[in-house]
Each structure stands twice: as structure tokens, then as C-alpha cells.
Design a protein around this ligand. Structure first.
Ligand code: ZN
Length: 251
């Protein structure tokens, strides 16, 4: 009996070689703060100051295009000892340009990144990328998504984080220190409410008994095998051809 599932006209999917993590060990009182879409000076530096002041190591999922434009800001993240992840180069909906981003990141970091986060959690873009499909790289989602980017009230971000129904030992919390937008004013404005919320988020997590760690310090467990779920689309014939040529799809 065929196990093939017809997901999309003309595209028969049996196995997709993507798995991703949403959390670490649940029996550990650890949580991980992650920041997406930077580096974004001086907002990222404001976050680094708060983290430094409270002795917190975090993880930054950076965009290759911002690493190229703001190399010193990126190096300041690295110098403070935070973990680094790859969040694509251009942050375009249907493009998995993680390898291009890795070139920019690795050039400054001096080593490969260990973590990758699909932009918009469009996991199908990982099928575009040899790096994303490499066993050396862990694809990391999050189980606590306070949607800080869509909130202007710092207290609402604090509450959306601390009262999130998924918050538990091993949680990975998704925040944003930047934006994919080329509009500098938007990019500088968007993280401000989260920055105002961050001290209370850190203090509140600690008051609940959690230790804040970087992903390097967290044992990721229970990977999810990705299945096409309607998030994003196989938009172009070029993308389909690229996916098929990598053998990630079985007809
Ligand atoms: Zn993003």
C-alpha cells in the first residue's frame, strides 16, 4: 500500500527530510530567550546591556543581510558570549537562502552556526538549502511566541510571555531585536516595546524558578518531523525543481 499523500497538485510527498525542535528537556527548569531578525544597532546593543546587567546568555537568530550591513553589531553579540543562529539572508517568504546567510555569518564568526530558524516558520524553505538539511544544524522553532513584534504595550508583552500556556521547563521563547524591513525607522521602532518589557520578562521568569540559558546550554529533545501544513506555499516552479533535485521529495 502506498504511503504517499497527495499534498498539492503535481507534488506527491512521502517523506520530507526536515525535523525541528520546539523545546528542550521538560524536566529541567531552563528556558531559552531567542531574538530574531537582527543585528539591529543600537537596539541589539540595548538588549545586550540588559542581558549583561542580569547575567543572561541568550541566542540571536540573525539575518545574513544585516550581518553584512552591521558587522560590528554582530561581533558585539558574539563577544558577549551569546549563541548564534541562522535566520536566512533576506527573510523572503518563499526563499531558503540560509547558505548565503551562512557565508556572511561564518565569515565573521569563524565557525559554522549550529542552529537555524526558518523565517515565518515556513519550514519548506529549508528544503531549498543543503545547510538546513545538514545533520550538523538543528532547526529550532519556539513553543512560546508572545508576538512581541505586533504589540506596542510593554506590559502586554510581559504578560504574553509569562502567562503563555506553553511556558514550562525547556521552553524556547521567540522575541525580536530587529525586523526584516529595509525601512530603518520601522526597524528601529519595532523592538522598543520588547526592550522595555525585557527586564520584567527576565525577572518574572526567574521568579518562576527558571534558569535562563542559551541554546548551547539546553538539551533539545523531541524533534518534530515536518509535514507540509499549509504554512507558506510551494510558490514557484523553480523552488519545486530545486526541492526535487535535492532528493528531499520522493515521488
Ligand atoms: Zn524573522
Amino acid at each position: 500500500m502506498s504511503r504517499c499523500r497527495r499534498q498539492n497538485p503535481g507534488l506527491t510527498v512521502r517523506r520530507l527530510a526536515i525535523k525541528y525542535y520546539t523545546h528542550g528537556r521538560r524536566d529541567q527548569l531552563q528556558v531559552a530567550l531567542t531574538f530574531d531578525d537582527g543585528p539591529n544597532p543600537p537596539r541589539t546593543d540595548q538588549i545586550l546591556e540588559i542581558l549583561e546587567g542580569r547575567g543572561v546568555r541568550a541566542t540571536f537568530f540573525v539575518l545574513g543581510k544585516w550581518v553584512e550591513r552591521f558587522p560590528q553589531a554582530f561581533e558585539r553579540i558574539v563577544a558577549r558570549g551569546h549563541a548564534i543562529g541562522n535566520h536566512s539572508h533576506l527573510h523572503l517568504t518563499n526563499l531558503g537562502d540560509f547558505d548565503r546567510a551562512e557565508a556572511a555569518i561564518g565569515n565573521l564568526l569563524g565557525r559554522p552556526t549550529n542552529y537555524l530558524r526558518a523565517h515565518y516558520f515556513n519550514f519548506f524553505t529549508c528544503l531549498h538549502s543543503p545547510l538546513a538539511l545538514s545533520p550538523e544544524v538543528k532547526i529550532v522553532d519556539a513553543d512560546v511566541n508572545p508576538a512581541d513584534y505586533a504589540k506596542t504595550d510593554p506590559q502586554a508583552i510581559v504578560e504574553a510571555t509569562l502567562n503563555h500556556p506553553s511556558l514550562a521547563g525547556g521552553s524556547i521563547i521567540d522575541l525580536h531585536d530587529g525586523s526584516e524591513s529595509d525601512d530603518a525607522a520601522l526597524r528601529l521602532a519595532r523592538p522598543l516595546p520588547m526592550i522595555r518589557a525585557l527586564p520584567a520578562i527576565i525577572d518574572g521568569l526567574r521568579a518562576k524558578g527558571f534558569e535562563l540559558v542559551s541554546l548551547d546550554e539546553m538539551a533539545l529533545v523531541d524533534p518534530v518531523a515536518w509535514r507540509y501544513d499549509g504554512r507558506g506555499t510551494f510558490a514557484t516552479e523553480e523552488l519545486r525543481a530545486a526541492i526535487a533535485s535535492m532528493g528531499a521529495l520522493e515521488e
